[in-house]
Unconditional design. Structure first.
Length: 447
């Protein structure tokens, strides 16, 4: 059975995030003065033989922040080789779990940290990195998401991102649309967009994972209404339906029936979603601020016209603060079955050096995972997220604090909603049943 201690402790992520937000410095910062030893150059000077490191990761992440440039630099500096095996987002977790079960894991795995990462059982499968030199430079708000049972089993791969409703500011400005803050206002916006031949909301259901992004913006508001919500869910004192999820699914169901989503969502991919927003064919999408970075790489200059809204208020509570959901992204794990553990550690140290981090964040602006990092020019989505964080208007991402780890089956449940196979109440009931089943399997108290 996976350890419960880590998961209960993970509830502290939210409070740690809130406490440290004001001191993180999410604008450009002064370069950190303490640089870890350049282990890579030292290794080459000692004449050590060349080693090939294998890395398993999601293919989308390979293009993030000049990651390939950094791995190429590592190869030049050390004479070691990097072999990357990249997989679709919908498949990567299955491959990781299969490799772990067989004992044939890549030297390095780059995937989610937080409570999602707990399903990989890090203490049993990955190397303890607690004593590595880069740990002292990890931001206090980031540490909880890479800590398992009091030890650190992964290095931060990327920074913090916001989840909400990405929107095309140019379309809103051209059509003189005001930013909606309630569901009624949002409905009116969608109706106006549709009447003018613009797809109100683009959903990329073929890739499955974009469907679950509808949870982020709503949970942020649910949690804002009930500050004890996550504690209640984690102790199984209430279900998601009790918290209002079925009602929210009813709203999404209404949007589907009204034709607010793209008619081809069953075959639409994430890349098509990015294209539609950049070209102005669609006005909005339930997505994360990472979309801005990826759009910029395809359509330079386009993301200045993009923004990210937080959640929406219920009509009966129209004046609540609009809250963003902020989550940390990936972690770099080293397999404890690897025959190249020390070389893999060397690669992670190289990655965590300020020079590499500055290069990465200059190309993938986000909330830094390390102190003293120079953040590059922000796209519109990331700028809105940073503004929300600086204003204290955010909650932690549910994947970072909810005990039940996200997996592909949540997307399967939501597909019944988008493709009208079940009623909103039935979809919410299946969501609750799955959470109950996993909670019992993992031995969590109260389930």
């Amino acid at each position: 059975m996976r350890s419960v201690k880590y998961r209960i402790a993970c509830i502290a992520i939210a409070s740690a995030f809130f406490l440290s937000a004001s001191s993180c410095g999410y604008q450009e910062t002064t370069r950190h003065s303490t640089r870890a030893p350049d282990f890579s150059e030292q290794a080459r000077s000692e004449g050590k033989p060349s080693v090939t490191l294998s890395i398993g990761m999601a293919y989308r992440w390979v293009s993030w922040g000049g990651f390939k440039d950094i791995t190429d630099k590592y190869q030049r500096v050390t004479d070691n080789k990097i072999e990357i095996q990249a997989f679709d987002d919908a498949q990567i977790d299955q491959f990781i779990m299969s490799r772990i079960a067989s004992g044939d894991v890549w030297d390095i795995v780059i995937r989610f940290a937080g409570t999602i990462g707990a399903k990989y059982n890090p203490p049993a499968n990955f190397v303890d990195l607690s004593d590595e030199p880069w740990v002292s430079r990890v931001s206090k708000s980031r540490l909880p998401s890479i800590t398992f049972d009091g030890k650190i089993y992964c290095a931060p791969f990327s920074g913090g991102a916001g989840v909400g409703i990405v929107y095309n500011k140019s379309i809103f400005n051209d059509m003189k649309i005001e930013i909606p803050t309630t569901y009624s206002e949002f409905d009116q916006v969608c109706e106006k967009l549709k009447d003018n031949g613009i797809t109100p909301i683009f959903m990329a259901a073929k890739d499955s994972w974009p469907m679950v992004q509808i949870i982020g913006s709503e949970l942020a508001q649910m949690w804002n209404r009930d500050k004890d919500l996550m504690d209640k869910l984690n102790r199984n004192k209430i279900t998601w339906s009790d918290a209002g999820l079925a009602d929210y699914f009813g709203i999404i169901d209404e949007y589907v029936k009204k034709g607010y989503f793209n008619s081809n969502m069953a075959t639409a991919t994430y890349d098509m979603q990015v294209d539609a927003l950049a070209k102005g064919e669609a006005a909005m999408a339930f997505q994360g601020s990472w979309l801005g970075n990826e759009m910029e790489s395809k359509y330079p200059g386009s993301t200045k016209n993009m923004g990210l809204l937080g959640g929406l208020n219920r009509d009966e509570d129209p004046y609540n603060d609009i809250i963003n959901e902020i989550g940390w992204e990936g972690g770099i794990y080293i397999s404890n079955k690897s025959s190249n553990i020390e070389v893999a550690k060397d690669f992670v140290r190289f990655w965590c050096e300020p020079e590499q981090l500055d290069y990465y964040y200059a190309r993938k602006a986000s909330i830094p995972s390390f102190e003293g990092v120079n953040v590059g020019e922000m796209d519109g989505c990331t700028a809105d997220v940073v503004a929300a964080v600086n204003a204290g208007k955010f909650n932690a991402h549910w994947n970072d604090v909810y005990l039940i780890p996200y997996d592909e089956y949540f997307n399967t449940i939501l597909s019944d909603l988008f493709f009208q196979r079940r009623t909103p109440s039935e979809v919410a009931e299946n969501w609750d049943k799955y959470c109950q089943r996993i909670g019992k399997q993992m031995g969590f108290k109260g389930f």
